[in-house]
Design a protein around this ligand. Structure first.
Ligand code: IVH
Length: 713
């Protein structure tokens, strides 16, 4: 290929890929399979590697990320980023409309839109190319986050159609609930702090240095306002400009309406107050904008906000009730959480009896006293929140709520880390909730997967004195278990009691299952055992990375902090945690007892990489029933270098389908053009590559499948 041909091909591929991106993400009407898309993208990336001089800032390969922003540059906004004044009632809206009608000539139309709950972004386009993306900052200047923003699929990098040569598009970057939940699940697994809501998660994501990580987190964007000189000469109304922007490739929500009366506006508000619960992302209100640009100009702006727009904020359902008492609970990681016991009250369809008080600062901030009348709202969390105190109703002589000094579970003196509001119990080894938390982690699905011991059973076994650490689990027998029974509290994800309880009973079948599951867990590979030990900062991925370097626990115990830190992606913090775990005598004894029980403390043959790594870089999903255990099949995939993923996406390379694979999954795989292999086909590939064995049929299948495999390389 000549240089000119390469340049031409890069231009064609870029254009086509951007068009397919638009069809997929904005129109939700893909015209090619994900597989074809990925092939084109890979071809483009390859050409750009060969001819870096033709790599354009608007290239679709930028969406995959890779660029690092060491420091975000502060840049001045060409047009200030104003905010909106808020309103909370029909009266506020009526007043706003009256004021507008009095100030302008003629009929007034209002564009009613969703108020996206994310962070605002200013997108600058020059000759149809996204040149800069800047956060709101203080409204006058914000941070240049262009590299990260380019990974957001609903933000066009190159426009099509009749766009102005220079303009800014304003919009909101949001994190859809699906991305948010997935991110928090991953963080929980890693022992990282969870994001409180999608807005915080979106803000944190946009400021990441590594744009590849931003790309993984799947942010989304909705645009809602255009800025340029002489805007009103080009378009008469806001509505018109949004329709034009949609033509050029911007993501404009369908959920907006031009209204003329208070009634129409209030109907729109009431509709979305209910319907918002079915949206895939968060909104916190409705925005009303005067539709005509001429009228907007007439009305003008204050220094802070335009006079032609207002936000109506939805109310969270709230109710007043009495604070009866406060419990101090110890979470799995030793954090002390104060929980309010309330006089039972109805809220959003359920009876509320408890509310979280977060930490000591929270109690201080509200100057809480026993017997106070407090206002409670239901947020996204399981336990409701207190948002205010009615001081007028405080009883004379009421006693202030004081934070405990000692751990309510074990009596240890509490400690506080510098700069943190939380108090901790330092007695990680013996404090019952912390010990139970570690055992719960040990049995969890991604660790030792002893599921039959879940749902309150650890609580009961601990309370009965049968277990004090994870090694004790392997001393349990059918005789010890059978017949145990107790009402135990249901905890939330932080180990805090939700106020609900369940009856836990060890019947015949349960006890049998547990004994069998414990036995089976002895073949769980070393990397999962290492993760199960619950070493601080050692999540599932880190455990795998460590085991790839240190094949058995003896080698790992001897490893120095320097050697551990040198492993790619491990770093000093993790290395220090590993070291201090193995410096504790009691941990060493526990590991010894687990080893004696027969757990895997070295890499098994299956997980050693002496198999040909023919699946390296490939993501596979196993679905359905197989002739062997599903976990065994997954281990085979890993042994051959493949990665097991749990949900089908455009990034999935293969589905290995067993009997009864769900029809939905099959449909999705087919629609994405992902090859579906039967168990025999998969095994044939493995055997063909590995031992050169296999049946004649298996071989021909293997050849077909292997040639498909090579298509990806
Ligand atoms: S228009 C000059 N429209 O709400 C008008 N803003 O408190 C600029 N927001 O900073 C804003 N959805 O981040 C507008 N449909 C929408 C919006 C919206 C969310 C955010 C935006 C703004 C904040 C105002």
């Amino acid at each position: 290929m000549t240089k000119e041909q390469a340049q031409q091909r890069i231009a064609t591929l870029s254009e086509e890929l951007e068009r397919h991106n638009y069809n997929y993400y904005i129109l939700a009407k893909p015209t090619i399979s994900d597989y074809e898309f990925d092939m084109m993208l890979e071809e483009l990336a390859q050409l750009e590697r060969e001819y870096p001089e033709f790599l354009l800032p608007s290239s679709p390969t930028q969406r995959v990320g890779g660029g690092i922003t060491k420091e975000f540059q502060s840049v001045r906004h060409r047009y200030p980023m104003l905010s909106l004044s808020n309103s909370y009632s029909k009266e506020d809206i009526e007043e706003f409309i009256q004021r507008i009608k009095k100030s302008v000539e003629g009929e007034v139309e209002f564009c009613c839109e969703l108020k996206f709950d994310g962070l605002s972004i200013s997108l600058q386009y020059e000759n149809g190319i996204l040149t800069r993306a800047v956060t709101r900052g203080d409204g006058t200047q914000g941070d240049d986050v262009t590299t990260n923003v380019k990974t957001i699929r609903t933000i066009p990098l190159k426009l099509h159609g009749d766009f102005p040569s220079f303009f800014e598009m304003r919009g909101e970057i949001v994190m859809p609930f699906e991305s948010f939940n997935r991110l928090n699940e991953q963080r929980a697994e890693m022992g990282d702090d969870l994001f409180a809501n999608p807005r915080n998660a979106a803000a944190g994501t946009l400021k990441l240095q590594d744009s590849k990580e931003v790309a993984h987190r799947r942010l989304d964007n909705y645009c809602y306002y255009m800025m340029m000189d002489d805007l009103e000469e080009r378009y008469q109304t806001h509505f018109e400009s949004l329709m034009a922007a949609r033509q050029w490739g911007f993501n404009i929500s369908n959920h907006f309406k031009v209204c003329r009366s208070v009634e129409e506006i209030m109907d729109f508000i009431s509709y979305w107050d209910e319907e918002r619960h079915h949206l895939p992302f968060a909104i916190d209100g409705i925005v009303l904008k005067v539709n005509s640009y001429a009228q907007q100009q007439e009305l003008g702006s204050t220094a802070k906000s335009p006079k032609w727009a207002i936000a109506y904020k939805f109310k969270a359902e709230e109710v007043e009730t009495e604070l009866l008492s406060v419990d101090f609970q110890v979470g799995r990681h030793g954090t002390i959480t104060p929980v309010a016991n309330l006089a039972p009250v109805q809220l959003a369809g359920t009876t509320v009896k408890r509310a979280t008080l977060n930490n000591e600062d929270f109690i201080r901030q509200f100057d809480l006293h026993y017997g106070d009348t407090v206002t409670v709202v239901k947020g996204g969390e399981i336990i409701p929140k207190i948002i205010g105190v009615n001081f007028d109703k405080r009883q004379a002589g009421a006693k202030p709520v004081a934070f405990v000094k000692a751990c309510p579970a074990c009596g240890s003196e509490l400690i506080q880390h510098e700069g943190e509001a939380a108090w901790y119990c330092p007695n990680a080894m013996d404090c019952p909730p912390q010990v139970k938390g570690r055992i719960e982690h040990f049995i969890s699905r991604k660790a030792m997967n002893i599921e039959s011991l879940g749902e309150g059973k650890i609580e009961l076994l601990y309370d009965e004195g049968l277990i004090r650490d994870v090694a004790d689990l392997y001393t349990l027998t059918y005789e010890k278990l059978y017949g145990l029974s107790k009402e135990t509290p249901i905890l939330d994800e932080n180990g805090i009691e939700t106020g609900k309880t369940r009856k836990v009973s060890f019947r015949e079948k349960t006890s049998q299952n547990i004994v069998e599951a414990l036995e089976k867990s002895k073949s769980v590979p070393f990397e999962r055992v290492l993760f199960a030990l619950g070493i601080r900062n050692v999540g599932e991925v880190v455990a795998k990375t460590i085991v790839a370097e240190y094949h058995d626990i003896d080698a790992l115990m001897k490893a120095s902090v320097e050697a551990l830190s040198a492993i790619n992606t491990v770093g000093e913090v993790i290395a220090l945690s590993v070291k201090s775990f193995f410096e504790d005598e009691r941990n060493l004894r526990m590991v010894e007892r687990l080893r004696e029980a027969g757990l895997q403390f070295s890499k098994t043959e299956e997980t050693r990489s002496d198999k040909p790594q023919i699946l390296a870089g490939k993501s596979l999903i196993v679905s359905g029933k197989f002739s062997i255990e599903r976990d065994a099949l997954k281990r085979i995939i890993e042994a051959y270098g493949g990665k097991n993923v749990s949900s089908i996406s455009s990034k999935t390379d293969y589905v290995v389908a067993g009997d009864n694979m769900g029809p939905e999954k099959r449909k999705k795989a087919e629609s994405l053009g992902i090859p579906i292999l039967s168990e025999a086909e998969f095994m044939a590939i493995i055997h063909e590559e590995d031992a050169g064995a296999g049946t004649e049929m298996g071989k021909s299948v293997a050849n077909d499948a292997a040639s498909q495999l090579s298509l990806f390389d």
